[in-house]
Design a protein around this ligand. Structure first.
Ligand SMILES: [Zn+2]
Length: 321
């Protein structure tokens, strides 16, 4: 079994990553796909088959993190904000098609597992995880246990309201002014576009004039390059993030808040203003005890966490990272 691997799959709102991972957490192959909302399971199967064929090692199990309300004991996706998956027995359908043991969980719960076992929150027992991409996923560890709520629908940290009269929340959420409405890849693109129109001499406006589409990654790239207007867009999101985290810190008194997902590519440009707001607004002593950090595994936390869950069902492998 020394050469055995598992495949971790992170299905996001817009893209999918499947990685072949060994017991030392080395990733041997990465398969990327766009997430097709009408064919999510087919896309998972295709990516897993590619990852499996790319290794000569024995693949013993598959772990899947999905942006859905998941009932983990049965592996059923019960509802999903960004994909049309309602009461789908994902675990059993995939196990039959792949002829491998499969474990399914919420994507941010998977990321929380990776960061708590091996990453930015290693050995901490009270942890909040936020994955910020197309939307905002949440995961909560309370005294070492994953908090799920009465039916598994808990820990939706992206839907904490930061402005009661704010804009409608994207996806299937009926709320308004949720954190997800202000802090996400699309929200950063909108913020960047608004500022590019206001500041025609900015790097953002020049990129737009040259025909580039203003996206979250482009705003992040120009912010890292020093464009003041792009930096202000990231800073605005960072302050909104801080307002949300301040409320969460008051509720959970966590030791660590881990921020992952695509938006964490902005790094300190996003986290520094978030920390400043938490320092201004959250209650003592919780605000002084919390660390707000980027995910160690960046955008790959979800994939590695799904691999961790697969190791749990795939036999007696004990990853050491
Ligand atoms: Zn919402």
């Amino acid at each position: 079994m020394a050469d055995a691997c598992v495949i971790g799959v992170d299905l996001g709102g817009t893209k999918l990553l499947a990685g072949t991972v060994d017991a030392q957490l080395r990733v041997h192959h990465r398969a990327y796909r766009l997430a097709r909302p009408d064919a999510a399971l087919d896309t998972i199967v295709e990516a897993v088959v590619e990852a499996r064929e790319a290794t000569d090692r024995d693949v013993v199990a598959v772990g899947v993190g999905m942006p859905c309300l998941v009932e983990p004991r049965r592996g059923v996706a019960m509802a999903c904000n960004h994909l049309p998956l309602v009461d789908v027995p994902v675990r059993d359908l995939l196990a039959e098609r792949l002829d491998l043991p499969v474990v399914v969980d919420n994507d941010t719960t998977a990321a929380l597992v990776a960061e708590t076992r091996w990453g930015a929150a290693r050995d901490a027992r009270d942890v909040l995880m936020l994955t910020i991409g197309t939307g905002v996923g949440g995961g909560v560890l309370v005294d070492g246990r994953v908090l799920r709520g009465t039916s598994g629908a808990g820990a939706e940290l992206g839907h904490v309201v930061i402005d009661a009269g704010g804009p409608p929340c994207p996806g299937n959420c009926p709320g308004r002014g949720c954190l997800e409405a202000f802090v996400s890849g699309p929200a950063l693109a909108n913020e960047g576009l608004r500022r590019a129109v206001e500041h025609p001499d900015s790097g953002l406006a020049r990129a737009r004039a040259a025909g580039r589409e203003i996206t979250g990654p482009l705003v992040t790239e120009l912010a890292h390059d020093g464009d003041v207007v792009a930096r202000e867009a990231v800073l605005t999101l960072g302050r909104h993030l801080g307002v949300g985290i301040a409320s969460l810190v008051n509720v959970f008194n966590p030791e660590v808040v881990v921020v992952g997902g695509g938006l964490v590519a902005a790094g300190e440009l996003l986290l520094e203003p978030a920390r400043a707001v938490v320092a201004e607004r959250a209650l003592v002593p919780a605000r002084d005890q919390v660390r707000i950090v980027a995910a160690r595994f960046g955008e790959e936390s979800g994939m590695l966490g799904a691999a961790a869950l697969a190791f749990d069902v795939g036999g007696d492998l004990e990853p050491s990272g």
